[in-house]
Design a protein around this ligand. Structure first.
Ligand code: DQQ
Length: 705
């Protein structure tokens, strides 16, 4: 950091200045402090070879934050620092004068309601989410004063994914609005056309024949009326029995009141649905009495109730006068223009706060097919209620029984109610949404992967956020208690060459490099078995274990962690661990945890890095299995056929391009583990690009269509 930059930093943020100053003057002290909790274990530098061989774990670990990138020696740096200190002291008076002048100028600008760009409101480039009722980016774990990491352009470029949907540029957030119409899958997404931070929310639009390759279309619905002037927010598509499509979306009015509006395709014969018209009746629903004007958003896909000859639409909210309860209101309509609020609420859970992006759909408990949203409840059918918790930014679901007559839904297990029980994904994942795919008779789930870096880095790289790969959702008939999520089968069309390893022994406290060449776009399916005799002896092992409160893969237990290290560099200074951790209670029962550890995923320090995870049910006779999709900066994992899923957004700085490696890991103290089978496919890139006229001639049609 040069002298001018440091002086400017001193003016803008004294605490950040001190932090940066100390770190650059006394790097070893600073980095030891910062890295203290990160480096309790490590793997030796092991070169990958064509035959997998294990290496043992040495006791030392190079600090992740070691300033390798600095070419200046410490003594020279100290001298420079003293010079800098004199410079800063001497300039302080002058700077304070400048600050006073700047501050006077900006105050007078705000007095006129204009900022430096002559626009009202917040500065261009700043997120307006919290002020407008959505806190869309939560990197709370990231210290506000983290010094900026010296990102290079190639590091940032590498982060762009190859087969996850993301817009060409700028900000995208949840909840997406997916649907199927006349041969095309459509994805409408919350999009800021102007910047890589939240604001100006508009519906971006892309279409696909196969949920893998996507074509960007022009913006679909833009904020141009008083009832959506502050944003065309989340909505849902409903397909009527005659094939017509109705969109209901939340508009944030000029006063930031959340109202529900209607939009229709301008030309129903256009399968691409390029043009949209808004209803002359908008807004069709306004917040009812007792509901906060900023707590009423994200209408669901409507479902038809034959006994009532009417449609129903659910909307999420909260009730602070009832112990901060998250609630779901239900409206009845016959024409989608006039709506009647049904008495009571579909469901509510105290203490959970605002429920965003509610989703409500049936699942078959008897067959492996998806159900249309209007499928009736009854034998063999349960209903899933999912809500995105605005308070903690996690998507929770529960499976229960729906009674249309009484407008109620009851969870099968009240202990695992919405907001306090199961989550779709235990990683960086929020504001998801399903749709019913009539072609393949399946329910498909989309989820939003936010960023955990700084907004300044998002602005620099020019984009922020992605969607997960679309996942099929089924009821888990084996456990009867949870859903199963799995990448849609079309993702497999991207599989290229594969390599297979079998029966690799990973002794306790070792890593095994897997020599697979490029390791940035992968589909991995791995199975593990644990030494039975050792397992039987591990009574009372790690009973209170919890991934997210642990120290990640560094925390050694008797029967875990073991699994894989993805996006790792050769000497393992960067690595994202995907692993199991087994605990055995004193009564002999086993509980298996499935976790992601991001703590060593990047040398960069201006990021939130988390240990994610939860329990995963494992039935007798099942091996421990995981599927992992690695796509540059995204790691999406599905344990035990998709019972527990975790998504990580990571930001490696060294484990990138051809330097990314893959390893097997066993950091348990008490058991040897066998990777009974590891199959790894290199993944092709998907075509995700603008739509050209020639595309209508089905140039990217797949054999599925
Ligand atoms: N984002 C939308 C809201 C929704 C939130 C606004 C979820 O409709 O509640 O961009 O991230």
């Amino acid at each position: 950091m040069n002298t001018c930059t440091q002086a400017l930093l001193f003016v803008l943020d004294p605490s950040l200045f001190i932090c940066t100053f100390v770190s650059s003057c006394f790097p070893s002290t600073f980095h030891a402090m910062g890295a203290k909790n990160l480096k309790s274990w490590s793997f030796s530098s092991s070169s990958s070879s064509s035959t997998a061989s294990s290496s043992s774990i040495p006791c030392s670990y190079p600090p992740l934050l070691h300033p390798d990138h600095s070419a200046t020696t410490p003594s020279l740096k100290r001298k420079k620092c003293l010079q800098l200190l004199s410079f800063v002291a001497g300039s302080a008076v002058l700077i304070l004068c400048i600050v006073a002048l700047v501050s006077y100028g900006s105050n007078s600008a705000s007095r006129t309601g204009l900022d430096g760009n002559g626009e009202s409101g917040t500065r261009r480039g700043d997120s307006r989410g919290p002020a407008e009722g959505v806190s869309e980016k939560s990197s709370a774990a990231m210290p506000r004063s983290s010094p900026s990491y010296p990102w290079t352009n190639s590091m940032l470029l590498w982060q762009r994914t190859a087969f996850h949907f993301q817009p060409q540029k700028n900000w995208m957030n949840g909840q997406p609005c997916p649907t199927y119409y006349k041969g095309w899958y459509h994805l409408f997404y919350q999009y800021n056309p102007d910047s890589a931070v939240w604001g100006n929310i508009t519906w971006g639009h892309a279409v696909s024949r196969d949920l893998v390759h996507w074509l960007y279309l022009p913006l679909a619905v833009v904020p141009d009326r008083w009832y959506d002037a502050n944003g065309v927010w989340t909505g849902s598509a409903t397909t009527l029995p005659d094939g017509r499509l109705v969109m209901i979306y939340t508009g944030a009015t000029m006063e930031s009141v959340q109202v529900q509006n209607l939009a229709f395709p301008a030309d129903p014969d256009d399968p691409l649905l390029v043009h949209w018209v808004k209803s002359e009746y908008n807004p069709v629903i306004v917040p009812p009495s007792g509901i906060g004007l900023k707590d009423f958003r994200d209408p669901t896909t409507a479902w038809y109730v034959p006994t009532d000859s009417a449609w129903r639409v659910a909307i999420g909210s909260k009730n602070d006068s009832q112990h901060h309860a998250g609630v779901v209101l239900v409206y009845r309509t016959t024409d989608f223009v006039s709506y009647e609020l049904l008495p009571g609420v579909l469901h509510s859970v105290t203490g959970t706060g605002m429920w965003e992006c509610v989703d409500f759909y049936p699942v078959s408990t008897e067959s492996a097919v998806g159900l249309d949203t209007s499928a009736a409840s009854g034998p063999g059918v349960k209903h899933v209620l999912k809500a995105s918790m605005d308070d903690n930014k996690h998507d929770y679901y529960a499976i229960g029984t729906y009674a249309a007559a009484s407008n109620s839904w009851v969870p099968a297990d009240p202990e695992k109610d919405v907001g306090i029980g199961l989550r779709y994904d235990y990683g960086k994942y929020y504001a998801s949404k399903t749709f019913y795919d009539p072609v393949k008779e399946r329910r498909v789930l989309w989820g939003w992967i936010g960023e955990t870096d700084s907004e300044r880095t998002d602005l620099r790289k020019g984009w922020a956020s992605l969607q997960t790969v679309p996942r099929t959702v089924l009821f888990d008939q084996k456990t009867g208690r949870n859903l199963l999520q799995w990448p849609v089968e079309e993702v497999e069309s991207l599989r290229l060459s594969s390599q297979e390893f079998s029966n690799i022994s990973i002794t306790a406290g070792s890593v095994v490099p897997l020599d697979i060449g490029k390791a940035t776009q992968l589909d991995i399916v791995a199975e593990f078995s644990v030494d039975e005799a050792a397992l039987a002896g591990a009574i009372g092992a790690d009973v209170g274990y919890n991934c997210s409160t642990s120290r990640g893969a560094a925390q050694r237990g008797v029967i875990g962690p073991f699994g894989l290290l993805v996006l790792a560099d050769e000497d393992l200074s960067e690595q994202t661990a995907v692993y199991f951790y087994v605990a055995r209670a004193t009564d002999g029962s086993l509980s298996t945890h499935f976790c992601h550890d991001e703590l060593r995923s990047s040398e960069a320090n201006d990021l939130a890095k988390t240990v994610y995870g939860s329990l995963v049910p494992v039935h007798d006779g099942e091996t421990l299995s995981v599927r992992i999709l690695v796509d540059h900066s995204i790691v999406e994992s599905f344990a035990q056929g998709g019972r527990t899923c975790i998504t990580s957004r990571v930001y490696p700085t060294k484990a990138i391009f051809s330097r990314a490696r893959l390893f097997l890991l066993n950091n348990a103290t008490g058991v040897d583990v066998t990777a009974t089978s590891v199959k790894i496919w290199q993944m092709n890139s998907a075509f995700i690009r603008p739509f050209y006229e020639r595309d209508s001639a089905s140039s990217i049609r797949t054999s599925n269509n």
